[in-house]
Design a protein around this ligand. Structure first.
Ligand SMILES: Nc1ncnc2c1ncn2[C@@H]1O[C@H](COP(=O)(O)OP(=O)(O)OP(=O)(O)O)[C@@H](O)[C@H]1O
Ligand SMILES: O=P(O)(O)OC[C@H]1O[C@](O)(CO)[C@@H](O)[C@@H]1O
Ligand SMILES: [Mg+2]
Length: 501
């Protein structure tokens, strides 16, 4: 695993507090490179579009809500085609790799990179890293050498042509395969250099973008004319800066089917309870948006908002009240919620990338509710637990995400052809931008429970905030990451113990 960027941030200061957090460019470390007119100039589809080329000085503000005295603040370089490109079409040898967990839209991004390179820039040498699963025998047994970053160590590659990828957006998953762990920067860059690759498109989540950052650094250290372009992928929507990640919209939409099923089951039984677990390891965005979209959910539990079961203001009290009033209820729980409550039995296991392996909180909470209501003089309940997590992740992207994937892929290709590198392509305030890797990886995007969106959810479900009457507001602020002090959610739980009494 590598470190964060050693290279200087590229900051450009302007008037009234304007700051451009720029991305690296070949010209930062390779002098006297030849340039070529952008082939799009003679492309009939684009040449008629007025101002098709992006102005060199265009930038997009990170924050759009301002006051009259606010400094102009941080901006990102606007994505899009430039007048000049730094590659001749026949010089480009691109590769695409997908890493981390699955997410709807991966195949769409692969398709659009291949199509954009060919149809816009006349590039037809594109490799997929790597498609065939190998079981490579080593001294200690078998090792996987394909899919994701591990694919760079394999001999297997697939030549990606527009024809080959034409229909892949209709399928879930990734035609290239994916994997976790196994990132070895030197071996990866050696493989890039040996194969003569000069544009590397890396699709993946926060871990993947970290990996892309260190690959870029190594390439720069070696002085290679090789672009490293990231396309952010995360079904959890936990990547900061960008408006949302591709696949998230699809996940929220697909989650409605599970919530509807839970609602039908709950409604059809006396004191019926439907529990639905959704993905969201550290961030509860899918659960929050799926709840807001559905209106059938009575309680949404997410990692950012600690909750408790027993006592005044607790979950059991709320379930009893809801069942008495409505005769049924639906609970949506993000997989990372309440993990602190399960720590007694937690084994602290990690996946190959070092991500914490979670306990099944959906099963746990279902069991706890059943045990609670099985006691004498409690309401007799019927509980159904639905876990649609991998079914949601495996579907193809919906129409909105398909369009979004297309724009992300096209922006990445325009940036690469224009000689930018070390960037992630991302939507900021509705505009496509190039964001330096360090901004994407420095923290995770989380639901802020002191923000209005969570308040909207609470007022839509009428669930308790689980903060209790004597909740320490400062503690909540700190749990939301609004303070520099070293504070953990468990501290907040401690301060809220016994319903905040
Ligand atoms: N700090 C790091 N430096 C270098 N490589 C990393 C780093 N963190 C993760 N990686 C590599 O990135 C790849 C993907 O990481 P990870 O499994 O965490 O998925 P992810 O990209 O975060 O996506 P997901 O949203 O599915 O978790 C792995 O091959 C892993 O080895
Ligand atoms: O089982 P896997 O592939 O490791 O992935 C599980 C994790 O991946 C994610 O979908 C993120 O990609 C998380 O929501 C989930 O916890
Ligand atoms: Mg991740």
């Amino acid at each position: 695993m590598g470190s964060d960027s050693n290279y200087q941030k590229k900051l450009v200061n302007g008037e009234f507090g304007y700051v451009l957090e720029d991305v690296p460019h070949f010209t930062d470390y390779i002098p006297d490179l030849p340039t070529y007119p952008n082939p799009l100039r003679s492309n009939p589809a684009y040449s008629v579009v007025k101002q098709y080329f992006v102005n060199m000085d265009d930038s997009v503000p990170e924050k759009v809500v301002v006051h009259k005295d606010t400094p102009r603040g941080v901006h990102f370089r606007r994505a899009g085609p430039r007048q000049k490109v730094y590659f001749a079409s026949d010089e480009v040898h691109a590769c695409i790799v997908t890493c981390g967990g699955l997410c709807p839209g991966l195949n769409t991004v692969i398709r659009e990179i291949v199509h954009s390179l060919d149809y816009m820039y006349g590039v037809n040498k594109v490799l997929g890293i790597d498609v065939k699963m190998n079981n490579v025998e080593s001294g200690n047994g078998y090792e996987i050498e394909s899919g994701g970053y591990r694919g760079f160590y394999s001999k297997n590659t697939i030549t990606l042509t527009p024809k080959l990828v034409n229909d892949i957006h209709k399928r879930g998953g990734t035609i290239l395969g994916t994997s976790r762990g196994g990132h070895d920067t030197t071996k990866i860059v050696d493989s890039i250099q040996d194969r003569g690759i000069n544009q590397v498109y890396i699709i993946g989540g926060d871990g993947t973008q970290h990996g892309a950052g260190v690959i870029y650094e190594e390439i720069r250290k070696r002085g290679l004319k090789v672009v490293v372009a990231g396309i952010p992928k995360t079904i959890d929507n936990d990547i900061p800066v960008i408006d949302r990640s591709f696949g998230f919209d699809t996940a929220v939409e697909e989650a409605q089917r599970a919530i509807n099923a839970a609602h039908v089951e709950a409604e059809s039984a006396e004191n019926g309870i439907g529990v639905v677990k959704l993905m969201g390891r550290y961030s509860g965005f899918i659960a929050m948006y799926a709840t807001l979209a559905s209106r059938d959910v009575d309680c949404c539990l997410i990692p950012e908002s600690p909750f408790y079961l027993e006592g005044k203001g607790g979950l059991f009290e709320y379930i009893e009240k809801t069942l008495k009033e409505n005769g049924h209820m639906v609970i949506v729980i993000a997989e990372g919620a309440g993990q602190e409550l399960l720590t007694v039995t937690a084994k602290n296991e990690q996946d190959a990338s070092g991500n914490k392996l979670l306990q099944d909180v959906g099963l746990w909470i279902s069991q706890k509710i059943k045990e609670h209501f099985a006691k004498p003089n409690r309401l007799p309940i019927t509980l159904k637990y639905i876990d649609p997590t991998y079914m949601i992740r495996a579907i193809p992207s919906n129409a909105a995400d398909n369009v979004y994937c297309t724009l992300l892929a096209q922006s990445a290709v325009h940036g690469a052809m224009a000689g930018y590198t070390g960037f992630t392509s991302g939507l900021v305030n509705g505009r496509q931008t190039y964001i330096p890797f360090y901004r994407i990886t420095e923290k995770q995007n989380k639901v802020v429970i002191t923000d209005r969106m969570w308040a909207r959810l609470l007022s839509s479900t009428n669930q308790p905030s689980f903060l209790g009457p004597k909740a320490d507001n400062e503690a909540i602020e700190r749990a939301n990451g609004n303070s520099g002090t070293d504070f953990k959610l468990t501290d907040l739980l401690r301060c809220l113990s016994c319903g905040g009494q």
